[in-house]
Every structure is written in structure tokens, then in C-alpha cells.
Design a protein around this ligand. Structure first.
Ligand SMILES: CC(C)(COP(=O)(O)OP(=O)(O)OC[C@H]1O[C@@H](n2cnc3c(N)ncnc32)[C@H](O)[C@@H]1OP(=O)(O)O)[C@@H](O)C(=O)NCCC(=O)NCCS
Length: 178
């Protein structure tokens, strides 16, 4: 398996991956919703605000994750991880965790201080994310599942409580995704 940064020429392959993975794990409608979200994320986000990572096997993309810029009141550099997909036939073989670790290492090299995500706490704990209370950092939209609000410091420090609202990129700023 090879890991690399996402490039725009891979957009269609990545959109198809998300569509297929979520059609299989949820249903076809969800597959279309996620594919639309990924298309939006790629086409409406400034390149300096979006970092994608892809995993290849035999020249085919079998995993993809995106981090997009997340503005927090402390002014620290922050990115949010969403969405994540690993091809159905190779799930459970460590690709998701390796991709996330690769992306987090890349963010550290860019001196990004904080990473956030919204998802299953037990899965994302494997790559260092911990549950975070909205009293520490607010989510950008109302959360339907507050236990899924997760973060980690990329500097090994405790995340300090910060008052004020946060802002995600436009494609993620959709209450139905939260
Ligand atoms: C969730 C997903 C990204 C995990 O990637 P993966 O490469 O299959 O997972 P890994 O091989 O890195 O990790 C496997 C471990 O995570 C656990 N795991 C896998 N999917 C999980 C999930 N949806 N929830 C909780 N735990 C999960 C496995 O039980 C396994 O645990 P173990 O190591 O203790 O046995 C992948 O299965 C996927 O794309 N699923 C469908 C789409 C999805 O749900 N995306 C995430 C929301 S955006």
C-alpha cells in the first residue's frame, strides 16, 4: 500500500470511492449524499484550506481522507478530518488508521496545532482523538451526536478552553452533515 497527498486530477476516482463505500455501508442515497459533499468540498474549498490523502493498492485508490481548515477563537491553526472512506473489500486491514496517521503527521509538519473530527469515538481513538466538550471548543453546527465531537492537540499539549464560535469551510457548513 502506498500513501500520498490527494491531487485534483484524482477527484473523480475519489468521488466514486466515497459513493461506492457509503452505498455499501449505509445505502445508495447516503452514497450519493457523501459523493455530492466530497465533490463540493473539492470544488469550493481554497487549495490552502484543503488537504486530502489517498491510499493506493496496485495503482488504484483504496482509501481517502480530507482535512479542511477549521477556524477556532484562539487563532491556533486547526483542521477538521471529514470524510473518511476505505474501499469495502479492504476494510479492517489497517488502511484507515495508516491514512489518518499519515495525514496527522503531514499537518504536524505544517505546524498545525489542532485536529478535530466528528465520528465514532472508539474508532478515532486509535489515532489519538479524544472526546471534547463543546465547553472547550464549540462545534460549527448543532451536533446530533455530541459524543462524536473529537479533537487532539498535534503539539502534545492539553487543549485549552476557548470562548466564541468556530467556522468550518463552506462545504462542511451544512447542518445535515452534523
Ligand atoms: C470506518 C473506516 C474508515 C475504517 O477504516 P478501516 O481501514 O476499515 O479500519 P482499520 O483497518 O484502520 O481499523 C480497524 C479497526 O477499527 C475498527 N472499526 C472499523 N470500522 C469501524 C467503525 N465504523 N466504527 C468503529 N470501529 C470501526 C475495527 O473493529 C478494527 O478494530 P481492531 O483493530 O480493534 O480490530 C472504513 O471501515 C469505512 O470506510 N467504512 C465505511 C465508511 C465510514 O463509516 N466512514 C467513516 C465515517 S466518515
Amino acid at each position: 500500500m502506498k500513501l500520498s497527498l490527494f491531487s485534483e486530477s484524482q477527484s473523480q476516482e475519489v468521488i466514486d470511492l466515497f459513493k461506492n463505500v457509503f452505498s455499501a455501508s449505509e445505502n445508495e442515497i447516503e452514497g450519493q449524499v457523501i459523493a455530492g459533499f466530497v465533490e463540493d468540498l473539492i470544488s469550493t474549498t481554497n487549495s490552502q484550506d484543503l488537504i486530502g490523502c489517498v491510499a493506493f493498492e496496485k495503482g488504484i485508490i483504496v482509501g481517502c481522507i480530507f482535512f479542511s481548515r477549521f477556524r477556532v477563537p484562539s487563532g491556533q491553526e486547526a483542521f477538521i478530518l471529514s470524510p473518511v472512506a476505505v474501499a469495502t473489500d479492504v476494510q479492517g486491514t489497517g488502511i484507515g488508521q495508516k491514512l489518518i496517521q499519515y495525514g496527522l503527521d503531514y499537518l504536524r509538519r505544517l505546524n498545525v496545532s489542532l485536529a478535530f473530527t466528528y465520528g465514532d469515538p472508539s474508532y478515532y481513538a486509535k489515532t489519538g482523538f479524544e472526546q471534547i466538550n463543546e465547553g472547550i471548543v464549540k462545534a460549527p453546527c448543532p451536533l446530533s451526536q455530541p459524543i462524536g465531537w473529537l479533537a487532539q492537540s498535534l503539539e502534545g499539549k492539553e487543549i485549552q478552553a476557548m470562548a466564541g464560535s468556530t467556522r468550518c469551510v463552506e462545504a462542511l457548513n451544512d447542518p445535515s452533515l452534523w
